[in-house]
Design a protein around this ligand. Structure first.
Ligand code: NAD
Length: 347
């Protein structure tokens, strides 16, 4: 028996990469019902599990008719909706506002009086908090100050979601817990998933799936700025376990890093992926992206370990190995999703 057994759970953005994995993990806990609301902006319908325990509502959580359909019988809410990702948000800040800020505000405003709700978990981003440095990184803690200088509307929206989580908790007792993700990778992140969002980043999403796809084709991996930037890569099963730990043990109003605590440079990642796939494509050196000042970063794991009992358990080698296998097995599907954007990039 877990706290999710027999629970009614809403997953906003549940057709996405993390959301789809989370829903599948939750279903293993035998909830009463999992309701997914997703407008398929950066997701595909096939990622919604075909299960009698799942109800899928296709649409935006900002839609009043959808919001009003939720009554005070939800036990848990996971809010994962976002306008994916940094570059798309720079291209269209208003679309980011609609799908990354308004989503949080309208959802929390609707849930604020709910008495049955045990926890709302908001998926925030460690990148909004991390110090922008190319010197030695130190682990970002939950107590670090949040700068007013942010690289993208995406990042601003993630901070605003945190502001509202804290506000609705203090003002209305909403049991909101903030989970600050580091860089998630793993099976289920489909390149090109969803609708065109104005830039080729619609297709290429994050660094890990991009490198794995290119390596499997034997192409050189595009490494910017000599690959000196570093990230904290966390496997998607660990993130899902961390989100569930936030729901089970997180203190309302509080915030927790979901991190591996391990720093990996982009060059290390590229070399590891070339080794794992046996690619002879090597590395293609690229200039730094002008908007990206993020540099080096990784998250502190102390608070989540101490207060939630959460520690990431899948090593980068193991997680990348699994992701390479999943990508290899799903190449036709992934190519199909990438292909539908071809006319936009004029290839
Ligand atoms: N993946 C990472 O490395 C990472 C890092 C930091 C934070 N996060 C956060 O985790 C969450 C999940 O990220 P992901 O990687 O699974 O991204 P994703 O793009 O796969 O998932 C986001 C989902 O939200 C849906 N969505 C967009 N607008 C919506 C709306 N108006 N109403 C309902 N659904 C909407 C999308 O269609 C998609 O399914 C996001 O909030 C993201 O900001 C992710």
């Amino acid at each position: 028996m877990s706290q999710f057994t027999s629970a009614k759970i809403l997953v906003v953005g549940g057709a996405g990469f993390v959301g789809g994995n989370l829903v599948r993990m939750l279903l293993g806990k035998e909830p009463r019902q999992v309701v997914i609301v997703d407008n398929l902006l950066s997701a595909e319908r096939f990622n919604v599990p075909d299960s009698p325990g799942v109800i899928f509502i296709e649409g935006s959580i900002t839609d009043d008719t959808i919001l009003r359909s939720f009554e005070d019988d939800l036990d848990y809410v996971f809010h994962l909706a976002t306008y994916h990702g940094n570059q798309s948000s720079i291209h269209d800040p208003l679309a980011d506002h609609e799908n990354n800020t308004l989503t949080s505000l309208k959802l929390m405003n609707h849930l604020k009086g709910f008495k049955a709700l045990r926890k709302l978990v908001y998926s925030s981003a460690g990148c909004s908090v991390a110090e922008k440095t190319f010197d030695q990184a130190r682990p970002t803690t939950e107590e670090d100050p949040i700068s007013l200088v942010q690289d993208s509307p995406y990042s601003i929206s993630k901070v605003i979601g945190e502001f509202y989580s804290v506000y609705f908790h203090r003002q209305h007792g909403l049991p909101a817990v903030r989970a600050r993700f580091q860089n998630v990778y793993g099976p289920g992140e489909v390149l090109g998933a969803g609708r065109w969002r104005g830039t080729p980043a619609t297709i290429w999403r994050n660094v890990t799936p991009t490198f794995i796809f290119k390596a499997l084709q034997g192409e050189p991996l595009p490494v910017e700025n000599e690959g000196v930037a570093s990230r904290d890569f966390i496997y998607v099963d660990d993130i899902c376990r961390g989100l569930m730990a936030c729901a089970e043990n997180g203190t309302p109003g509080d915030v927790y890093n979901l991190a591996s605590g391990r720093e990996t440079t982009i060059m290390e990642l590229a070399n590891l992926i070339n080794d794992l796939t046996g690619s002879r494509g090597g590395i293609a050196s690229m200039p730094a992206r002008p908007w990206d000042h993020s540099g080096k970063r990784y998250g502190s794991t102390d608070k989540a370990s101490r207060e939630l009992g959460f520690r990431a358990s899948i090593s980068l080698d193991e997680g990348l190995g699994r992701t390479v296998e999943w990508t290899r097995a799903n190449l036709p599907l992934i190519r199909q999703c990438m292909e539908k954007h071809r006319r936009h990039v004029g290839e």
